[in-house]
Design a protein around this ligand. Sequence first.
Ligand code: PLP
Length: 402
Amino acid sequence: MSKQNNPLRDPRNLSAATNLVHGGGRRTPFNETSEALFLSSGYSYPSSEHAERLFRGEVEGGHNYSRFANPTVDMFQDRMALLEGAEAGRAFASGMAAVTNAVMSQVRAGDHIVASQALFGGCRYVVEDYAPRFGVASTLVDGRDPANFAAAMQPNTKVVFIETPTNPTLELVDIRAVADIAHAHGAKLIVDNVFATALYQKPLQLGADIVTYSATKHIDGQGRVLGGVVLGSKAIIEGDVHTFLRQTGATLSAFNAWVLLKGLETLPLRVRQMNDSAARIADTLASHPKISRVIYPHHASHPQYDLAKRQMLAGSTLLAFEVAGGQDAAFTLCDNLAVILISNNLGDAKSIITHPRTTTHQRLTEEVRLETGVTPGLLRLSIGLEDADDLLADLIYGLDQV
Ligand SMILES: *Cc1c(COP(=O)(O)O)cnc(C)c1O
């Protein structure tokens, strides 16, 4: 027996929490305990012949330019791939850069995209407005019923894009059912997995081909930097996704990758606590007389509760609710809070409340807003790391003023 033979040297034998602390690590000859931050845009080569081999892609793990290869960014990508159970990943400057790459790297003029209509604003823009400008048509469907995807598929459909749970109304899409429909038509399924987090929903295991994250959310989780990541098979990631990143350059900075690596170390602790608090707050608000509706995937009142229990290992760090009395009542509640911030980020250590109709979903027409459940009284609440009793007391005080 020796340390070399210890089976725990193989990350596949370790749990997510352990891999999020050690996974993907690379050490310099100084044997630092914390991952090094490589603030270098380029790399020099021991010889011209080495440079030639490197540019031919014959040097395993070699680096030639930080637009597409940096050791700190590599560590972040590899740690994310371990967490996701993906063969490979690529990091991006923001979640939107990641989504744009994932979608646009898979299509060309003449292709067609099917997407659920309840999408994060930027994602909806990419699919609905941006892709068609380049000859890629798209169809948006109500994602709650998989039959709507089947009906929208065309012979030239190359990508199905979904987000589940959705922003802000926490509707679900059945990942496995939609993956089967996509594959039956030779299309790839891309899942934006921000809301459930990589810990509590596993799209690749359910049949998805590509998973994207805004790392700005739970992965940083402390409101500091923007970032994104795209994960999937080696063939997809080292092919189309890498080429698109390399040639268009929405690269994650080494500094931000380092911040996100540190964020991953505490991800399980933070997300578990945030989920527990969110479940408890959803429970309490559900019986409050001034709230007409609470939306939380693991609350028995959720219209897709069975799917939520099957597909998500926890109920989400977010909840949504409708204040009886509409927009005025929602504003009164928000404007009387002392701990919870009025803002639009999510997955942060700080609890954040959002009135989607007047902020994140302002750009949409009232008709589209109502179609996706964004009513005047709707608030989205991202639960942070404060004490759950304090958060509840803050919300009850705000509701008392309504
Ligand atoms: C925030 C978010 C994005 C965009 O990420 P950025 O880091 O803000 O660019 C995309 N999808 C979802 C579901 C998000 O919550």
